[in-house]
Design a protein around this ligand. Structure first.
Ligand code: PGA
Length: 253
């Protein structure tokens, strides 16, 4: 049985004070007695330590939005897995489409980072998804399969069972256009079948596959009720405590 997992990707929003306000708002809005949904917040690097300390004693987990694949060294501007762990991170988003687009991340670099994250005890949330142009050319399946294969290369079945894959159609991110539950389910099933082929069906059944792209309180329930949609990676709607809490509520059984 896969646990529904809702992660909030804050992107480059919220300074120190705003972080305190949002986390305190979440602490008021969330029902911590409900253990059926796993909740993860992914603030920017500068807010991780603060968010981590405010979330201590709660079941909400902390994640980062990126990391570098070396332990330490002369890599100005980069952050290591050990640094993330030292402020309480358990998860790290890798290969978000914005990082692929603006920072030239590739399936190869995401794969290197994913292996390093796993070896360091962090759980990667590996993002895949097609652009509008690719969907219109009917090559969604090819693009997503290539991304999944590339990002999972040389990762063991035991590790794949721990990771999260986030299917985020690029055309749905921050645009207000959501994939229909049927469109999303189709790609989620494709991803699960591919993991089944690459590993085994038993492994595929354990992998949490989140949907991301304009998830909001109004559409969360229907998306999350699809058999292969195991959670959501939420951008814009996680920046307000009430809307994030409402999405989390939609995930409860
Ligand atoms: P959005 O972003 O919910 O604002 O579309 C999702 C994401 O980029 O992870």
């Amino acid at each position: 049985m896969r646990t529904k997992t809702i992660a909030g990707n804050w992107k480059m929003f919220k300074n120190f004070q705003q972080t305190e306000d949002l986390i305190n708002g979440l602490k008021k809005a969330l029902d911590f007695t409900d253990k059926s949904v796993k909740v993860i917040v992914c603030p920017p690097f500068t807010s991780l330590a603060l968010a981590g300390s405010l979330l201590k004693e709660t079941p909400v987990a902390l994640g980062a939005q990126n990391m570098y694949f070396e332990d330490e060294g002369a890599f100005t501007g980069e952050i290591s897995p050990g640094m993330l762990k030292s402020v309480g991170c358990e998860y790290v988003i890798l290969g978000h489409s914005e990082r692929r687009l603006y920072f030239h991340e590739t399936n190869e670099s995401v794969n290197t980072k994913a292996k390093k994250a796993l070896a360091s005890g962090l759980i990667p949330i590996v993002c895949v998804g097609e652009t509008l142009e690719e969907r219109e050319k009917n090559i969604t399946d090819l693009i997503v399969s290539t991304q999944v294969r590339g990002c999972l290369k040389e990762i063991s079945a035991a590790d794949v069972e721990r990771i999260i894959i986030a299917y985020e159609p690029v055309w749905a991110i921050g645009t207000g256009k959501t994939a229909t539950p049927q469109q999303a389910e189709e790609v989620h099933l494709l991803i699960r079948k591919l993991v089944g082929q690459l590993y085994s069906w038993a492994t595929a059944e354990k992998v949490v596959i989140q949907y991301g792209g304009s998830v909001k309180p109004e559409n969360a329930k229907e998306l999350l009720s699809q058999p292969n949609i195991d959670g959501a990676l939420v951008g814009g709607a996680c920046l307000k405590a009430d809307s994030f809490a409402s999405i989390i509520k939609s995930a409860t059984a």
